[in-house]
Design a protein around this ligand. Structure first.
Ligand SMILES: C[S@@+](CC[C@H](N)C(=O)[O-])C[C@H]1O[C@@H](n2cnc3c(N)ncnc32)[C@H](O)[C@@H]1O
Length: 205
């Protein structure tokens, strides 16, 4: 990997492959010079830590948006359910505690602003231009389209739209992130700069 992961990187629960983390980090280093970075879908902080470390000591900020109640696939009985992240007291998923612990351990809490709510609600009065948007939230078509429509318009020219879990072949994975990827390219507002594994990096023209 071209960025230096913390020693406990392999133990952080999450869904970001090492080659994707390296590409995401390189993009964040460049984009954070332009403006703040926003990620949708932090889970236990794997991508958050990758982005925040890549931003280095720059003055930039990372907004880490997640309601921390899990996506469809994290709910009890679903394929990616993790019982360790289930709060019996409220009978809901809760990845926020684990997220905070991991950020503290990585020493990046001073440059990350957690936003613990839905993507749609957080976007309602948002007006800050962004250097980078990383979409890795809900993977239903409705959720992915909402994320794109709520946040891509805030990117500065030259900024980066990163989309995770882009699978052109339906046999390899769900099609919602790929639909968003195609929508962005077909809008004429973006050009693809890199594809690494399931991560797509697009530049706002
Ligand atoms: C695939 S996980 C993110 C993985 C993470 N980026 C990583 O590197 O491990 C998706 C996350 O999106 C969050 N999420 C799903 N729908 C959301 C929504 N509408 N608003 C905010 N967060 C959402 C879930 O709570 C979950 O933690």
């Amino acid at each position: 990997m071209s960025f230096t992961p913390p020693p406990f990187w392999g133990a952080i629960k999450g869904f970001l492959a090492d080659d994707e983390a390296a590409a995401l980090a390189a993009a964040a280093t460049r984009a954070s010079a332009l403006g703040p970075v926003l990620e949708i879908g932090s889970y236990c902080g794997k991508s958050t830590i990758c982005l925040a470390l890549a931003m280095g000591d720059s003055d930039s900020l990372l907004f880490a948006l997640d309601h921390h109640r899990g996506s469809e696939e994290h709910q009890p009985g679903e394929f990616f359910h993790d019982p360790d992240l289930y709060d019996d007291g409220v009978a809901q998923m809760d990845s926020f505690r684990e997220f905070r612990l991991n950020l503290e351990r990585a020493g990046v809490s001073d440059r990350v602003v957690p936003i613990v709510t839905t993507s749609q609600l957080a976007a309602r009065h948002w007006s800050t231009p962004l250097g980078m948007v990383f979409i890795d939230g809900g993977h239903s078509l409705d959720a992915a389209l909402t994320d794109y429509r709520c946040w891509a318009g805030h990117l500065l020219r030259g900024g980066t739209l990163a989309i995770h879990d882009v699978y052109p072949d339906a046999a390899s994975g769900g099609q919602a992130p790929y639909a968003v990827y195609r929508l962005a390219l077909e809008s004429g507002l973006f050009r693809e700069t890199q594809r690494v594994n399931s991560l797509a990096l697009l530049e706002r023209l």
